[in-house]
Structure formats: C-alpha cells, structure tokens
Ligand binder design. Structure first.
Ligand code: NAD
Length: 291
C-alpha cells in the first residue's frame, strides 16, 4: 500500500520532531493535539529547528516553507480520516493511548495503519485496543528526532508482514535506519542503555566514584560522547525511574532494580535538566555536581 498522508497525534517534543521529518520527506502531515495553540507552538518549533538545519547546510532554506505548508493542524481526531498511516505520540499513559485507539477505530479507513511511539508500553497490548492488531505496529523514534538516525520497529504478536513492510518504507524515506526489536520491555536501546545508567547511579550510591569521576571515566575510558549521569539528567530522572520500574516488573529480574539513590532524587523533585537540578545543578553558567 502507498502511504501519502500521515497523521501524528501529540504535538509534543517527539510528535513535533516526527512531523518535522515526515514533512521534509514530502509526506502530507496532519498534526493533532488537544488544542490548536499546542499545534501552533509545535509548528513554530519545527520552523525554528528547520532554520537551524538550514544554517548547518543539512537542508536548503528554500525547503522550509514548502515543508511547513505540508503540515495541516487537526484538533478533532475526525480530521485524520484521510490518513494512510497514523503515528500516535501522546503522553506515556496506557489509558490515554488506548482511548485514542478506540476513537480512531471509528474514524479511520479500514486499511489505515496505526503506529505507536511508546517507549515502554507493550505494543501487543495497545494493538488489542485498536481493533486492527494486524495493522498496528511500534515505531520508536529517538530524541531529538531530526538528528537521531535510528527507529526501532516493533511488531506486536499479530502485526502483518504487509504492515511491517509499509512502515519500513516510511522509516527509510524519512532518512532513518530501522532496526527490528522484539515487543519486550525496553525494546533494544533502553534495555541496554538504562541498566548502564542505573549502574552508574549504583556506582555513585556505593561511593565507588564521584559524579565527575563516573562521567569522566565513561567519556574517556569507554569513549561515550556523554557521561551516564549527564545523560540521565538529559533524559529526565523521573522518566528513567519509570522505565526501570517497567523493565523490573515486566522482566521480573532483580538486575533491573532501580537504584535507591535514583528513587531519592526523583522523590526530591530533582528530575534533571528540566527541573534545573539532577545529578548536576544547572542554575549557574556551568553545571555543578550535586554530590
Ligand atoms: P510530550 O509531553 O512532549 O508530548 C505529549 C503531547 O501529547 C502533548 O503535547 C500533549 O498535549 C499531547 N496529548 C496528551 N493527550 C492527548 C490526547 N488525548 N490527544 C492528543 N494529544 C494529546 O511527550 P513526548 O516526550 O513527546 O513523548 C510522547 C511519546 O513519545 C510518549 O509515548 C513517550 O514515551 C515517547 N517517547 C519519548 C521519547 C523522549 O525522549 N521524550 C523518546 C522516544 C519515545
């Protein structure tokens, strides 16, 4: 099947980025959120981010306005009726996502594919709420979407081969590299990356190293572009804790046990960059370690 019009539900950090790359690749995009001001704000951010890409010669300045013109704001889900593919990227909440899929079942053409950008929720479970599990799939983009090259593609238990092939073509057309991941907590990237970050927090908790020493070791000794505690602050400690809890519960193995120190930081409201403090304090010119 050919995919021409793509709906994106949720014009937040990720949904905006997904609309950005789709529009640049020539897709007609219908961008939806709970109110029009959120969609306008997202389109403003997309224009600014495209401007930044043009400044770095990644795209042409003349590509920006035609791409923006391909993004249609949609407030009511009914406005997505003509889409061939709908990518859901709303808050990471099971009940909210399921109610959207139940609503979409009444609106979409029978052949329309639904994809979810969930980080942690079972694709199979969400597919069951969609009424079309064979045309339902996970497309896990990475933040910031215009820069990150990977999309994990997650088939639910009932996802049809044709659905998989159709979304692979979309992933490739937006210039990303797909990698197939099984429908288990954390998929591939988070399953490997988050326990590493959690272990860095244990290393701090047990006094093996200071925040600075841990980040320096992993940057210079393992050649990571960013230290694990710096990365934790970037992801958000609340998000990290939630994902560790999902893996701990879903996989039932003590190796996914969230570090008590991570729990303490989250309880303190120290959620990382977004709250101004996490493993580092961001109130001054330079981040300062909090321990
Ligand atoms: P966000 O909070 O920036 O955006 C979520 C958007 O969804 C908001 O604009 C909100 O208004 C909208 N929304 C909420 N309920 C809605 C509804 N009923 N209908 C339409 N819109 C609704 O969140 P985000 O970081 O963009 O995350 C979105 C999804 O992407 C989540 O499932 C998250 O797990 C996943 N994800 C996030 C990241 C990341 O690094 N932030 C990476 C990969 C995947």
């Amino acid at each position: 099947m050919t995919i021409e019009r793509v709906g994106v539900i949720g014009a937040g950090q990720m949904g905006g980025g997904i609309a950005h790359v789709l529009a640049l690749a020539g897709y007609d995009v219908s961008l939806s959120d709970v109110n029009s001001s959120l969609i306008d704000k997202a389109i403003g951010a997309i224009r600014k981010n495209m401007g930044r890409q043009a400044g770095r010669d990644i795209i042409k300045e003349t590509d920006i306005e035609p791409a923006i013109a391909r993004i249609k704001p949609v407030v009511e889900l009914g406005g997505l009726a003509d889409c061939d593919l709908v990518i859901e990227s709303v808050v990471e909440n099971d009940a909210v996502k399921k109610s959207i899929f139940q609503e979409l079942a009444k609106i979409l053409k029978p052949e329309t594919i639904i994809a979810t950008n969930t980080s942690c929720i079972s694709v199979t479970r969400l597919a069951a709420a969609s009424g079309r599990p064979e045309r339902f799939i996970g497309l896990h983009f990475f933040n910031p979407v215009p820069m990150m090259k990977l999309v994990e593609v997650i088939r639910g238990i009932a996802t049809a081969d044709a659905t998989y092939e159709a979304v692979l073509a979309v992933v490739r057309r937006v210039g990303k590299t797909p990698a197939e991941a099984g429908d288990f907590p954390g998929f591939i990237v988070n399953r490997i990356l988050l326990p590493l970050i959690n272990e860095a927090v244990y290393t701090l908790y047990e006094g093996v190293g200071t925040i600075e020493a841990i980040d320096t070791c992993m940057k210079l000794g393992a050649n990571h572009p960013m230290g694990p505690l710096q990365l934790a602050d970037f992801i958000g400690l609340d998000t990290l804790l939630y994902a560790m809890e999902v893996m701990h519960t879903g996989l039932g193995d003590s190796k996914y046990r969230p570090c008590p120190l991570l729990i303490k930081y989250v309880e303190a409201g120290w959620h990382g960059r977004k709250t101004g403090r996490g493993f580092y304090d961001y109130h001054g010119e330079q981040p300062v370690p909090t321990r």
